[in-house]
Design a protein around this ligand. Structure first.
Ligand code: DLL
Length: 447
């Protein structure tokens, strides 16, 4: 038996999972109603009281929450435990104004790390493995989550954080890393580098756990071939704890949701109506065991499908597809969440008109984001060196807002095509979601 694979939990019967969820949901709803005035207000507005909630069949009675609620209640408004019981915060990378901050008690950190340990175990990791964590450490949850999971397993953990490829490769070869944890785009880059430098025979990698951004089956195959490993997907979001909300097993056919800690639903993103399993909808999570920051019916904006069919690995927890897109306009570029509105804010603040386009491309494994913006007629008469200076200024302003480098091109007034309907601000040429499962014919998210 894999360490951190507990069949009593991960292979529990549906009746058992439902019983856990019913009991934990009732307790959690009482907790938030009594401790979080914002929840009480939202529930009171709908006329729902904790005694109306007997289990998951009553989930639909509860109000949903979105990122806007989190921003509105920034920073402490949704905390359900005293500040003195909290030991950690993490935060999302993208910001449109206020950040989203999530809090953890020690109990929350333990449960989160356990979820990540399950993901590692499902990818074949044991205490004998050397786990190289190249997700970013800090406010981002990737580094801390996989690091904690690896510790729980008792694996030797290399807390590398992201970047510095020379050093990553040196440790990978010298220490005999067997499990790699990073974004899929960085895994593809490492794969290229390993092969360019002729290091393939010197690495001992057997598996990788890659998530935090969309990636296709083609990319999986390339990484698997390039590094000679099995590449596993892992899903999560800061608001719900971080990585490990769902993870792939040896079947590599959807990610098992840790249903003893999270209830997952799919809803129609337009109407909010439930969508049956097997059909595409917006993923909504309820955290039933968290203390400090328990979100009830949190709308992720990620579009996916839930599958109930038995999995060959024996795990019984429901599986989710890879996210097939988002119901908002958030882009994930180089692992960083980018909202076009952030870019627009920078452009406006720097005196540009709202005629711009964002073009995202991927060469090999590297994402490139280009912002094209029209100059005002006055700027257009500037000298070439003045235009170059303006571009440089915008590059730094965008870097300060987004934390990543963007290429900036100032173009002539009226040169960006106007559209009669919604302006097409973003051209994402990466085709990240094209190979996801075919949308059901009654596709709530298609238009
Ligand atoms: O990306 C947590 C994480 C870290 C997951 C490391 C996996 C590995 P956030 O920065 O809050 O948290 O971004 C969450 O990233 O709503 C999805 O849109 C996207 N995302 C996360 N995992 C995947 C995945 C982390 N496996 C947002 N495939 C989510 C596609 C993913 N998109």
């Amino acid at each position: 038996m894999e360490h951190y694979f507990d069949p009593k939990v991960e292979c529990a019967s549906r009746e058992q999972i439902t019983a856990w969820q019913n009991e934990r949901l009732v307790r959690q709803v009482e907790r938030v109603y009594n401790n979080v005035p914002y929840y009480k207000k939202k529930m009171d507005e709908l006329g729902v009281r904790p005694e109306h909630i007997h289990g998951i069949d009553d989930l639909h009675l509860l109000p949903t929450l979105s990122k806007d609620d989190l921003r509105d209640q920034y920073p402490y408004g949704l905390m359900a435990a005293p500040l003195s019981d909290c030991v950690r915060i993490h935060s999302t990378s993208g910001t449109t104004g206020r950040r989203v901050v999530a809090f953890y008690t020690q109990h929350d950190v333990d449960l989160w790390e356990e979820c990540c340990a399950r993901a590692l175990a499902a990818a074949g990791a044991t205490k004998d493995d050397v786990v190289q964590v190249c997700y970013g450490y800090g406010l981002f949850t990737g580094g801390a989550g996989l690091h904690g999971g690896s510790h729980k397993l008792g694996s030797l953990t290399l807390p590398m954080s992201s970047g510095n490829t020379d050093r990553q490769l040196q440790f990978m070869t010298d220490l005999g890393t067997t499990i790699l944890c990073c974004t899929p785009s960085y895994a593809a880059y490492l794969s290229e580098s390993v092969n360019e430098r002729g290091l393939k025979n010197r690495i001992k990698l057997k598996a990788g756990i890659f998530g935090a951004e969309a990636w296709t089956e083609e990319m999986r195959r390339d990484i698997e071939k390039g590094l000679g490993i099995k590449a596993y997907d892992i899903y999560g979001l800061t608001e719900i704890s971080g990585p490990g909300v769902a993870y792939e097993c040896s079947a590599q056919n959807g990610m098992h949701v840790n249903e003893d800690h999270f209830i997952v639903e799919t809803i129609n993103p337009k109407t909010g109506e439930p969508v049956p399993h097997g059909q595409k909808g917006e993923l909504v999570f309820t955290s039933i065991t968290k203390e400090a920051f328990p979100l009830i019916r949190y709308r992720t904006k990620d579009i996916g499908i839930l599958y109930d069919e038995p999995c060959s690995c024996g795990r019984t927890h429901v599986r989710m597809s890879k996210p097939m897109g988002r119901s908002d306009d958030m882009l994930i570029v180089k692992g960083v969440n980018v909202f076009p509105s952030q870019i627009e804010t920078v452009l406006m603040n720097c005196g540009y008109p709202a005629n711009y386009q964002i073009i995202v491309t991927r060469t090999g494994s590297s994402d490139r984001i280009e912002v094209q913006v029209e100059m005002t007629p006055e700027m257009f008469s500037d000298s070439l060196s003045e235009v170059a200076g303006r571009e440089k200024q915008l590059v730094s302003a965008l870097k300060a807002m987004l934390g990543i480098y963007c290429v900036v091109k100032l173009v002539a007034p009226k040169s960006i095509t106007r559209s009669e309907g919604k302006a097409k601000r973003v051209i994402d040429k990466r085709n990240l979601y094209v190979n996801s499962a075919d949308p059901a014919s009654t596709d709530p998210a298609a238009n």
